[in-house]
Design a protein around this ligand. Structure first.
Ligand code: B4P
Length: 193
C-alpha cells in the first residue's frame, strides 16, 4: 500500500495534480474539498453547516472532516493506497489520520508539498472564481483562506517533516512538468534504486 498526502496552500494545484496521479498509480483519491462540496450540493445537514465556514474562507471543524475521511477509509478496504488531497489541514487532523491508518495496519508514506508564491495563488483562484463561480474564490475570501493556511495548515508539514516524510516541489510552471516531478518522487519511493 502507498499513502500520499498532496499538500499546499489553496490554489497550489493539489486537485489538478491528483487527477493525473490517480490514473498513473491507481490510488484512491480522497479530497475533503470535493466531499464537502458534494454534501453542499445535496443540501445535507453536514453540507449546510460546512458551507458557512467555507464561504467565509475558514476551515470546517476537525470533527466533521475527520469523520468523513474515517468513513471513506472504511468504504475502500481493497484500495492499493490513497491520495489525501486537502487533508489533513490541521495538526489535530494529522494525528487523527495517523491513528485511523494505524488501525488499518498502514501509515502515511510521503507528503508532497507544492510550493507556490502568494501572488500566483491569488491570480489562479481569482481566475477560477471567474470561470467556475466557486463562492470561496473571491478576493476577500481568498485572503482569509491564505491566513487560515499560514496559521493552521502550514504546521502540518512540520509534523511530517519530523517523521522524515516531507518532499517539497516547485508548484509553478506547466502542469505536466510539475506532474513529472511528483511522479519522480513517488517512483523513487515505490521502486528504490
Ligand atoms: P479545497 O477544495 O481543498 O480548495 P483549494 O485548496 O482551493 O483547492 P486546490 O488547491 O485543490 O485547487 P487547485 O490548486 O488544484 O478546499 C476548499 C475549502 O473546503 C477550504 O477553504 C475549507 O473551508 C474546506 N476544507 C477542505 N478540506 C478541509 C479540511 N481538511 N479541514 C477543514 N476544512 C476543509 O487549483 C486551483 C486553480 O489553479 C485551478 O483553477 C487550476 O486550474 C489552477 N492551476 C493548478 N495548477 C496550475 C499551474 N501549474 N499553473 C497555472 N494554474 C494552475
Amino acid at each position: 500500500m502507498f499513502n500520499l498526502i498532496l499538500f499546499g496552500p489553496p490554489g497550489s494545484g493539489k486537485g489538478t495534480q491528483s487527477s493525473n496521479l490517480i490514473n498513473t498509480f491507481g490510488l484512491k483519491h480522497l479530497s475533503t474539498g470535493d466531499l464537502l462540496r458534494d454534501e453542499i450540493s445535496r443540501e445535507t445537514r453536514l453540507g449546510l453547516e460546512a458551507k458557512k465556514f467555507m464561504d467565509a474562507g475558514q476551515l470546517v471543524p476537525d470533527a466533521v472532516v475527520i469523520g468523513m475521511i474515517g468513513s471513506k477509509l472504511d468504504e475502500n478496504p481493497q484500495a492499493r493506497g490513497f491520495i489525501f488531497d486537502g487533508f489533513p489541514r490541521t495538526t489535530a487532523q494529522a494525528e487523527a489520520l495517523d491513528n485511523l491508518l494505524q488501525l488499518k495496519g498502514t501509515n502515511i508514506h510521503m507528503l508532497i508539498s507544492l510550493e507556490v508564491p502568494e501572488e500566483e495563488l491569488k491570480q489562479r483562484l481569482l481566475l477560477r472564481g471567474a470561470v467556475s463561480g466557486r463562492s470561496d474564490d473571491n478576493e476577500e475570501v481568498i485572503a482569509n483562506r491564505i491566513v487560515e493556511y499560514r496559521a493552521k495548515t502550514e504546521p502540518v508539514s512540520n509534523y511530517y517533516e519530523a517523521q522524515g516524510k516531507l518532499e517539497r516541489i516547485k508548484g509553478v510552471g506547466e502542469v505536466e512538468e510539475i506532474f513529472g516531478a511528483i511522479k519522480g518522487k513517488i517512483e523513487s519511493f515505490i521502486l528504490p534504486q
